[in-house]
Ligand binder design. Structure first.
Ligand code: KG4
Ligand code: ZN
Length: 391
């Protein structure tokens, strides 16, 4: 099955086309085309993702990204297409709230043959609703025009499946997975431990009671006057401190580390950083490095302790870490070392770096798993849901 997948939940506009085969227990994915445009540079001056700007940029970039993905997949064949008036009207109505998109859309599709794809998958949530809607309306327009089935994807399921996937020559494969799977999902909007007992059935084991861990990275980075997104910046400084073997002169709390639940809290950690900085008139580069180092250590300690508790409580056989924060070197190291030492019976899977932050390949993986179950979306009923949850 050839699947075209669209991701616009946050500040990445991405489309991927994958040839998917096999079943849940043994699936293979050939990446035919993969185009992604990050808006990070544009949002940087706002110190975070600005939803109205994200929406406008998605609308501007979807057609060029589609063009690039189809081209790479050798699925683009020029030909003049007549679009029947009823379809044209329905599509115009779908795209009327996305300025500029309608014209670009018709210019593009009236010059190319319908591509040889079998279905269209699109992120339906969680994420920023205005941003999600652009992708959804675009997917609906394509599905209507090319008469393809639509699949609605939960963005977090995409992160879970991307973390389960392994590279196999040029392909991705999901196979030999021992259930239950425990997933630690850490991103800008989420911090949760989710158990997948059977394929695609989830149970929430723990979650943050306040800030998401990515949000904490971003906020602490702002306090240290580092640019957005803060995660990679903090990581860079902390790695420098580790390399020079400095011991940090700061001590930060490990919130809720001894509490008897699998829940997290990061607001206190952020406030602790703020309090340390309050008593300083000037913050030197060395201070920044030391703070980043200690902050990352505190986050790594809490994430592992809570995950270890969840592993013990659930008897999970496989552990995956997904979401943007799983790109963090220190966290990857902490988990790799701790699993080897403390829970060697558990198989740890961390996605390859390019699959950790938002992309459309992960949406295609989840879209395929949903399509295998005939879990298709009705065009009329498909809606963005910013808070869509897994469990
Ligand atoms: O999954 P993602 O790309 O988007 C959301 O769905 O939120 O995650 C973005 C988050 C941001 O908060 C960013 O600072 C964080 O992931 N992040 C990192 C790293 N790379 C990205 N946090 C820590 N270390 C990193 N290397
Ligand atoms: Zn994400």
């Amino acid at each position: 099955m050839k699947l075209l997948a669209i991701e616009t939940s946050c500040d990445e506009t991405a489309i991927a086309i994958l040839a998917c085969s096999g079943d849940e227990k043994n699936a293979r994915f050939k990446i035919l085309g993969n185009a992604l445009l990050s808006q990070i540079e544009l949002h940087r001056e706002y110190g975070g993702v600005f939803p109205a700007l994200a929406k406008r940029e998605h609308a501007k970039n979807l057609v060029p990204i589609l063009d690039a993905a189809l081209e790479e997949g050798e699925l683009l064949h020029e030909d003049t297409q007549a679009i029947p008036a009823d379809k044209r009207d329905a599509i115009a109505k779908l795209l009327e709230r996305e300025p500029g998109l309608e014209e670009q859309f018709f210019d593009f599709v009236s010059e190319c043959e319908p591509p040889a794809i079998d279905a269209i998958a699109v992120t339906a949530g969680p994420g920023l609703e205005p941003a999600l809607w652009v992708g959804i309306n675009f997917a609906k327009a394509l599905a209507l025009l090319w008469e393809k089935p639509l699949v609605a994807v939960n963005h977090m399921e995409g992160h879970v499946l991307a973390a389960l996937a392994r590279e196999d020559s040029e392909d991705l494969v999901i196979k030999d997975i021992a259930l239950p799977v425990l997933a630690l999902l850490i991103s800008g909007g989420h911090t949760e431990l989710v158990l997948m007992k059977n394929w695609l059935e989830y149970q929430l084991i723990g979650q943050t009671r306040d800030d998401a861990v990515g949000e904490a990275f971003d906020k602490v980075a702002r306090m240290l006057e580092l640019p957005y997104p803060g995660g990679p910046e903090i990581s860079k400084l902390a790695e420098m401190a580790r390399e020079s073997d400095d011991t940090s002169e700061f001590t930060l709390p490990r919130p809720m580390i001894h509490d008897a639940t699998c829940d997290f809290s990061f607001a206190g950690l952020k406030t602790a950083v703020l309090n340390l900085l309050k008593n300083r008139t000037d913050i030197s580069d060395t201070d920044k490095k030391h703070l980043a180092h200690e902050f990352e250590n505190a986050v790594g300690d809490v994430l592992w302790k809570k995950t270890a508790r969840a592993l013990e409580e659930t008897g999970a056989q496989t552990l995956v870490i997904g979401g943007g924060v799983s790109a963090n070197k220190h966290i990857r190291r902490v988990f790799t070392d701790a699993v080897a030492k403390e829970t060697p019976h558990v198989s740890l899977r961390i996605p390859t770096a390019s699959l950790t932050t938002d992309n459309a390949i992960m949406i295609a993986l989840a879209g395929y798993y949903r399509a295998l179950r005939q879990d298709l979306a009705e065009l009329e009923a498909l809606k963005a849901n910013g808070n869509r949850s897994l469990a």
